[in-house]
Design a protein around this ligand. Structure first.
Ligand SMILES: NC(=O)c1ccc[n+]([C@@H]2O[C@H](COP(=O)([O-])OP(=O)(O)OC[C@H]3O[C@@H](n4cnc5c(N)ncnc54)[C@H](OP(=O)(O)O)[C@@H]3O)[C@@H](O)[C@H]2O)c1
Length: 274
């Protein structure tokens, strides 16, 4: 079978590809990217196209049985607006199954797939463990100190490989159509514990300093972050919804193996912090 992976060069898509290869090396994988120079794992076919321009997707769905979709377009994660056209192309090409990587809210892509003939499964991961690299690699390398607000925050964050592993199973077997899977890691980790676990993984004691909301806002503004982003972070970190801090067993149920821990992620990615 052939699987088309969109968002293939990103955090989740690259893990979907890795886990598809791991599940069955015989699966043919086509990766969609806007970038002609995209670097892909060996044996993965590159399809150049832009989801925001359906006419650029000519041929991308040919011979494809299953598609992993992102539901945004562009580097600012704007909702995909012409998704009905994209779904029509996929249906015309005979695509049977799809997964959709959920973002903040369902949009046109989810609606078009829901109204159509493709067996669709929504994947709703909570916070990615890999966000830690984006936020903490700099301060850890520079001074070994993490400064954040909301020191009592707890997160059931997920390893991106587990999102990929669930997607790989769902894309290659039937029985998941119509489901919306919430995906978490195996434990809800409190912020100070997260700092400690990362320190153990990289062999360095790290300090955690809790900022007030005002201190965090000023610090992020000094770092050049825009007002909208700051407001989003304060809301997301300060008021993590219950589903973001409650462990569910979806990863183990679908893949047959326990979800990877933050300690696993930290050990695998220790070099990013040293
Ligand atoms: N970070 C979190 O904690 C978290 C938690 C839950 C959900 N999410 C959701 O995860 C999603 C982000 O996934 P990610 O982190 O894997 O993304 P990412 O690493 O930022 O990568 C973005 C990918 O999207 C592709 N892309 C962007 N615009 C495109 C377009 N117009 N046409 C075709 N491809 C396009 C890019 O491909 P090219 O550049 O190669 O074209 C790239 O592969 C968002 O929806 C976010 O809401 C994130």
């Amino acid at each position: 079978m052939t699987v088309l992976v969109t968002g293939a060069t990103g955090t989740v898509g690259s893990n979907v590809i890795r886990q598809l290869k791991r599940l069955d090396p015989e699966i043919a994988i086509r990766a969609l990217s806007r970038n002609r120079e995209a670097r892909l794992p060996e044996g993965v076919e590159l399809a150049i196209g832009d989801l925001a321009e359906p006419e650029s997707l000519d041929g991308a769905f040919d011979g494809v049985e299953a598609v992993h979709f992102i539901n945004f377009a562009g580097d600012q994660y704007a909702p995909l607006e012409n998704a009905a056209e994209v779904v029509a192309l996929a249906e015309r090409a005979g695509v049977k199954r799809a997964t959709v990587l959920g973002g903040r809210a369902d949009g046109e892509l989810e609606r078009a797939l829901g109204a159509g003939s493709i067996e669709t499964t929504l994947l709703h991961p909570v916070e990615f463990m890999s966000n830690t690299a984006m936020w903490w690699a700099g301060p850890v390398k520079a001074e070994g100190v993490i400064r954040e607000p909301f020191g009592d925050r707890v997160s059931a964050m997920i390893h991106p490989a587990d999102i990929g592993a669930v997607a790989a199973k769902v894309l290659t077997e039937s029985g998941h159509g119509g489901e919306a899977y919430l995906l978490t890691g195996p434990e809800a980790v409190a912020l100070p514990d997260k700092v400690r676990i990362l320190g153990e993984a990289i062999g360095r004691e790290l300090e955690f300093i809790e900022l007030t909301v005002g201190e965090a806002e000023s610090r992020w503004a000094r770092q050049g972050m825009g007002e909208d982003m700051i407001a989003f972070l304060i809301e997301a970190l300060g008021d993590t919804p219950e589903e973001g801090r409650t462990v569910v067993d979806t990863v183990e149920r679908i893949t047959g193996r326990p979800a990877r821990t933050f300690a696993d992620w930290a050990v695998e990615n220790a070099e990013l912090f040293t």
